[in-house]
Design a protein around this ligand. Structure first.
Ligand code: FAD
Length: 381
């Protein structure tokens, strides 16, 4: 690596989703000079954009108290700091399916009571199908708008003097040089390569976590990956409501932030392909040149992404509604969703912030929920 072209920073953050961006803003506000590296030509285009936009209050996790607590703990602060980007104007219901549910009404009520989260049982409602629903609860859960948040965070990064943003850039090599990391980066928009040096590196690349750990010769974390679809719909009858059917035959439909669209997902049909390898490997990668396990492309823009399952998702969610409720399909978003293998059983989605190396320091942030961005403040700076 050529020392005369080396740029020196207090910290290099790899990954320009909400977690990498939040870490960069947090570090610069503490006085650090930070480089933020993003492989795509724009910030905030992967999981931080393609998700169900649910500002989790904990209800979803009756089998993982840790995730439920984490969601609920961070909710108040996230809500306060993101108020303009949150849709507060809809009623959110949770339902227990009469068939095949891994939880039941009594357990769900005990769980909400234990966590101290509001849940009020509703015995009748004109829009829902009680032949299929064992119990229905009015809850307090909102939805953030990923598009508005992306614009907000892109502006914040541009205005923050202490952040040097490198878009279309990825690290090719990394090695230790005393108490610092020395990295070789390539500009993918064909503007050559350069070196970076920093005593602290944060890996916030989500589905690429293990590919980046490997570049630094650090151990993988145990992940599995899925190509996931969020279907977007409209409905003239169901625009200020949200429904999540709990645990087992899970399905959820709710406003997608303030976009005027509804997001729809289901355990059975949202996840198209699965990879249990450390870095995700899917057969569709063999059909294109821009996407590899070590450098994944963007599923949304990719001609090889799976065909939509929206018809199946819609057929599933319709069962919980009165037959006359109308839905219209608009579009689908695709991305890679990654999960800790340890959470296969309890369905938990914790956010892990772990130090994998000291002097030079290397922290790995693996994010379970958007509203847990504050977990990166655990990194001492
Ligand atoms: C289908 C789905 C539904 C979800 N639903 C919800 C929900 O309702 N509520 C909720 O709170 N959470 C939800 N989540 C989880 C949430 O979206 C993620 O936890 C969060 O967005 C992860 O943010 P991130 O910044 O870590 O990752 P990302 O937003 O994926 O950002 C990682 C960035 O790293 C970049 N990158 C990768 N490799 C490199 C490299 N080598 N060099 C430079 N840059 C690189 C990528 O291009 C990307 O921009 C959902 C996730 C999915 C996928």
């Amino acid at each position: 690596m050529s020392p005369e072209r080396t740029r020196t920073f207090d910290a290099v953050i790899i990954g320009g989703g909400i977690f990498g961006i939040y870490a960069a803003l947090h570090f610069t506000r503490k006085g650090l000079h930070v480089a933020l590296l993003e492989k795509e030509s724009q910030l905030f285009t992967k999981a931080s954009m393609v998700n169900q936009a649910r500002l989790h209050g904990g209800y979803h996790y009756p089998r993982s108290i840790a995730t439920a607590r984490m969601s609920d703990e961070h909710r108040a602060r996230f809500t306060e700091e993101h108020r303009p980007f949150i849709n507060f104007s809809f009623e959110k219901y949770y339902a227990i399916d009469r068939f095949g549910s891994l939880t039941d009404a009594a357990q769900f009520e005990r769980f909400c009571d234990y966590l101290g989260i509001e849940c009020r049982r509703i015995d009748s409602h004109p829009i829902f199908n009680f032949d299929r629903i064992e119990a229905l609860y009015a809850t307090v859960e909102h939805s953030f708008d990923p598009v508005l948040m992306a614009n907000h965070y892109r502006r914040q990064v541009a205005q923050e003097g202490g952040i040097r943003l490198f878009l279309s850039t990825r690290i090719e090599q990394a090695e230790r040089a005393g108490d610092a990391w020395l990295m070789e980066a390539t500009r993918l928009d064909a503007r050559g390569s350069f070196s970076l040096r920093a005593p602290l590196v944060v890996n916030a690349t989500y589905s690429a976590t293990n590919a980046v750990n490997r570049l630094f010769r650090l151990p993988p974390i145990e992940l599995m990956h899925e190509i996931s679809e969020i279907a977007l719909l409209t409905s003239p009858d169901f625009d200020a409501l949200g429904l999540t059917v709990m645990d087992g035959p899970f399905a959820s439909i709710m406003p997608f932030g303030k976009t005027g669209l509804l997001s729809l997902s289901s355990v059975a049909y949202t996840h198209h392909k699965v990879s249990y390898e450390a870095a995700p490997h899917f057969d569709c990668m063999d059909l294109v040149t821009h996407c590899r396990p070590e450098f994944q492309g963007q599923c949304n823009a990719c001609p090889a992404h799976p065909r939509s399952h929206y018809r199946k998702m819609l057929a599933q969610i319709r069962q919980y509604f009165h037959p006359e409720v109308r839905f219209r399909y608009y579009h689908s978003l695709f991305t890679i969703k990654s999960k800790l293998k340890a959470n296969f059983i309890d369905d938990g989605r914790p956010t892990e912030v772990v130090q994998l190396h000291q002097k030079p320091d290397f922290w790995c942030v693996f994010a379970g929920k958007v509203n847990s961005i504050y977990e990166v403040e655990k990194i001492p700076v």
